[in-house]
Design a binder for this molecule. Structure first.
Ligand SMILES: N[C@@H](CCC(=O)N[C@@H](CS)C(=O)NCC(=O)O)C(=O)O
Length: 304
């Protein structure tokens, strides 16, 4: 099998979910550091314009978004499962809960000020804030966002009240990793860290998840990852492709993330299953690649 190449940056909480997943499964991986702000020419060479991290590359296949990446890792190495059989919907729902908590935390941090570098705030305001959003106004909602975070944390603390070690019970799974990356980041500032003071079970759980670690990774240059894509063929799809109504294999399409500001990707519709969208595109340096997105969170529109 081709190496697992993770495109990410150390500070990225979402990437932390996948670094822990790789550690949990004992899968060795290559680590490509991506810029935190635009421009990201090497990242775009592979994704075609999707800017977020993490992105997982396997040869000439590029997997965007942690929801898809965790499913790919479960296919490669089913044990231990990130999405426990029979609890798949619960696991996705829990990750959505963690993501709304993440946005509360990010808005709190921007509003508190002085936490993120200036160029980071400028990039996110210009390129990722939905129209009408003015980061200068976020200071007004800090008390609300902190109170919402406290509410979410209190619920989680109550859930641990039965003595369980992990959010779904005795075994760690993807739900823990989704929640960890948000709650761990609360340590970033005394005002957000203070929210953890009354949640001893959550603090003990954080340490259990942290102990999983990131497994074995080796650094890789982005240009070498692009060369890996160029020298590989996208994996063949097996089974009956699932196509949106009115589209066929090869239909020119644009793929748009439901989350604002991720960057759109164009290409030709490729074969994929019920849970993901795949599009084939040509990179100048990477050659032919297939870029994959989780079906439930992206829109695919025919352009021709
Ligand atoms: N839904 C995405 C969210 C990923 C995300 O928002 N990642 C942040 C970093 S933690 C990001 O990419 N920010 C913009 C950037 O780095 O360009 C996922 O689950 O992978």
């Amino acid at each position: 099998m081709s190496e697992l190449i993770l495109h990410h940056y150390d500070m990225s909480p979402y990437a932390e979910k996948i670094r822990l997943a790789l550690g949990l499964k004992g899968l060795p991986w290559r680590s490509v550091q991506t810029p935190i702000v635009l421009p990201k020419p090497d990242h775009f060479e592979l994704t075609g314009g999707y800017r977020r991290v993490p992105v997982l590359q396997i040869g000439a296949d590029i997997y965007c978004d942690t929801h898809l990446i965790t499913r790919v890792l479960d296919q490669l190495q089913p044990d231990p499962p990130l999405s426990p059989p029979g609890r798949e919907t619960e696991e996705i729902a829990f990750s959505r809960w963690a993501e709304t908590s993440f946005m509360m935390l990010i808005l709190s941090c921007i509003g508190i000020g002085g936490i993120f570098p200036e160029d980071f705030i400028e990039d996110r305001q210009q390129n990722m804030a939905p129209p009408g959003t003015d980061f200068a106004q976020t200071k007004l909602i800090v008390p609300t966002k902190l109170a919402q975070l406290r509410s979410n944390l209190t619920r989680l603390e109550d859930q641990f009240g039965d003595g369980r070690d992990f959010v779904f019970g005795s075994e760690v799974c993807g739900a823990d990793l989704s929640a960890f990356h948000t709650i761990n980041m609360m340590g970033i500032h005394p005002r957000t860290a203070a929210l953890l003071e009354d949640t001893p079970c959550v603090r003990a759980w954080l340490e259990r998840v942290r102990a999983i670690g990131h497994g074995k990774s080796t650094p890789m240059e982005a240009t070498d990852a692009i060369a890996v894509a160029r020298d590989a063929e996208p994996a063949a799809f097996e089974g009956e492709p699932v196509l949106p109504d009115g589209m066929s294999l090869g239909t020119p399409v644009i793929v748009i993330d439901d989350e604002y500001g991720s960057g759109n990707v164009t290409g030709q519709l490729a074969a994929s299953g019920v849970h993901d969208i795949a599009i084939r595109r040509e990179g100048e340096r990477a050659g032919e690649v297939v870029v994959h997105f989780p079906r439930e969170a992206f829109t695919v529109i025919a352009t021709g």
